[in-house]
Structures are given as structure tokens and as C-alpha cells.
Design a protein. Structure first.
Length: 343
């Protein structure tokens, strides 16, 4: 075996050769955990045969302590970031890794978090709710550090491996649900800025409505992604409408603002106005009435990102980047089913 072939061996390759899990290989090579002598012997023999050296991987720098994965966040006081941290923690623990939370210092124009990460060494980096610049990504690639983005906001980072959810399919499921309930009058409350996942959700919903029938009417209202209070344009549309109205909101925050608009328009959510959101944040189930929404598997998405870094190599992730999508699923609650579940 040549030196190039040896350096290409990954922890997954060793696991396959030894007939064990990647987590077992990690613990044996880092001398953690109790294993049967024959298991330990198989792992060590496979690692030697493949030329795998944990202290020198395709990840850039020699780092004997490289058992830590970095989670880079732009903000942490957010329901999404809470789930991301939990998912990263569980994913890292499953792979026998420690987790470091690295913050993107938004108030410091000179902050260069990649340099901080590279100085201390890392197995790889998961980036969520942060905006890596092209030079930062180029530096990480040059250092051969594996990087996975969580649900990137724009298409400009399509050259980086990413994990997200089935946004378009989720939007379609929302529209199909309302069509199946007999709704023919719809409003899509669209979040702005129109991040990529927002556009996909809106496109899926529109496709479902258009497939429902030629007599269906779809209007659009735009509002800020992170705004609060009732949406005046939506309230006015509700006042002018008769019959049931089906509303799809780009996220749960906007969906709950639709409740406020319905209150001001003297329309009953779940009866006169059927509302579907997207995300399934905790307050969706606590709302009155509880909110029908698309559940976004954020924790599983983050754990998947950790797995991709742990089981692959920098070359694989940078040279053949892929987008991995975990399915969003519809959670039907009172905002479309009514308090008795009748719709």
C-alpha cells in the first residue's frame, strides 16, 4: 500500500475491516472503554493494515488530541440553536467525541473564528446559524478541515457539504393537507428575507394548491422572518373574506402572528381560518389552539452532520460535496383539525 493510499484510509474503513462500529474504533484507538481482547486486537490489526493513524488524518494538522468536534454558532438564544446543540452533543457522544461550542463574534469585525479553531485542532466543524465568508471557507479547505453546513441560507455555499430538511416537500404537504380539508381560498404568508429554505417551502405550498384545482385562489402576504404582532395586510384580507381560509406560514413564529391577525379580524383559528406553520418549535404545541406544523428534525440533522465529519474525510467532503436532507413531517393539531379533531 502506498503512502497516498494509507493517508486516504478513514475511521469508517477501519470499522468495516474490523467488523465493528466507528464509535468502537474511536474508543479502542483512544484507549477509552472496556472491550474484549479479540475486539481490540481486530481493530488494531485493521488500523495497522490500512495505515490508519488517528493522530495524522487528512484533516490538516498533526493533533494527537483530535477527539473534539466544533459547533460554530452565530447565536445561541434561539429555539433552533438549542436543538442544534443537543443534536451535536448526542452525535458527538455517539461517535466518542467531545463537543466544543465556538461562537461567531458578530460584534467584532476582526474576529476570525476559523483561526481560533485551527490553532487548537479539531476533528471537523459543523456550522449553524453562522455566515462563513468565502475566505474563511477557503482557509478551512486549505487546512483540510472537514466542514458541514446546517441548512445554509443561500445557494452561494453549494460547494460545501450541507444537511437540511425536505423544505419543498414539507410545503407541499401543508398545501395538500388544506386541500384535503376542502379549503379553496388560500394565503401564503411569506417570510422575508427570502432565504433558500423559505423559497423552497413557499414553492412546495404553491405547487400543492395549483394541483388542487383550477378554481382555487392563492394570495401572498410578506412579512419579516423574525417580526412580532399581528400582520396588518393579513388582517385586512381576513376581514374581507367569507368562508374558510387556509393559511401557510414560512415558520411557526409567523404562523402564531397569524393567530393575532385572526383575533383582530374576529375570525376563529381552527374554524374560520386554518393555519399551518413550519418548524414545530416547542410553543407550537402549547399555543391555543395548538398549531398544525411541519416538524423539522433539527437534532437529527445536526447528528447527521457530526456523523458525516466523523465517518468521512476532508477530501470526500470538499471534493464531492453533497446535500443531505432528512424528511419533515406534518404534525396535525387544532389549528386545522379543530378542538375535536374534525377539521
Amino acid at each position: 500500500m502506498t503512502e497516498g493510499e494509507k493517508s486516504a484510509a478513514t475511521l469508517t474503513d477501519v470499522a468495516k475491516a474490523a467488523g465493528v462500529s466507528p464509535a468502537t474504533v474511536s474508543r479502542v484507538l483512544s484507549q477509552r472503554g472496556d472491550f474484549r481482547p479479540d475486539t481490540r486486537a481486530r481493530v488494531l490489526a485493521a488500523a495497522k493494515a490500512l495505515g490508519y493513524d488517528r493522530s495524522w488524518t487528512p484533516r490538516g494538522r498533526r493533533s494527537p488530541e483530535a477527539t473534539t468536534i466544533d459547533l460554530v454558532m452565530g447565536q445561541v438564544s434561539h429555539w433552533w440553536s438549542d436543538r442544534v446543540v443537543r443534536g451535536a452533543w448526542h452525535g458527538a457522544a455517539k461517535m466518542g467525541l467531545d463537543l466544543t461550542l465556538t461562537t461567531e463574534r458578530l460584534d467584532d469585525d476582526d474576529d476570525d473564528w476559523p483561526s481560533r479553531v485551527l490553532r487548537r485542532g479539531t476533528v471537523g466543524i459543523v456550522i449553524g446559524l453562522a455566515h462563513p465568508s468565502p475566505p474563511q471557507l477557503a482557509n478551512l479547505r486549505a487546512a483540510r478541515v472537514p466542514v458541514v453546513l446546517l441548512d445554509p441560507m443561500t445557494a452561494s455555499n453549494d460547494n460545501v457539504c450541507s444537511v437540511g430538511t425536505t423544505d419543498r416537500e414539507g410545503g407541499y404537504a401543508a398545501g395538500q393537507h388544506l386541500v384535503d380539508l376542502g379549503v379553496t381560498d388560500f394565503i401564503s404568508v411569506q417570510a422575508r428575507p427570502a432565504y433558500r429554505f423559505v423559497r423552497q417551502r413557499e414553492a412546495g405550498f404553491r405547487a400543492a394548491v395549483e394541483a388542487g384545482g383550477p378554481g382555487f385562489q392563492l394570495r401572498t402576504v410578506q412579512t419579516r422572518w423574525d417580526g412580532d404582532g399581528p400582520i396588518p395586510e393579513l388582517t385586512a384580507l381576513m376581514v374581507d373574506r367569507t368562508g374558510r381560509l387556509g393559511i401557510f406560514a414560512s415558520n411557526d413564529n409567523i404562523a402564531l402572528r397569524c393567530y393575532e391577525s385572526a383575533y383582530h379580524a374576529k375570525r376563529r383559528v381552527g374554524v374560520d381560518v386554518l393555519v399551518v406553520g413550519f418548524d414545530d418549535e416547542a410553543r407550537a404545541a402549547r399555543a391555543a389552539p395548538s398549531l398544525t406544523t411541519l416538524h423539522q428534525p433539527v437534532e437529527q440533522m445536526t447528528a447527521k452532520a457530526v456523523e458525516l465529519i466523523f465517518t468521512g474525510s476532508a477530501e470526500q467532503l470538499w471534493l464531492a460535496p453533497e446535500r443531505h436532507e432528512l424528511p419533515a413531517h406534518l404534525v396535525v393539531r387544532e389549528s386545522t383539525a379543530g378542538p375535536d379533531g374534525s377539521g
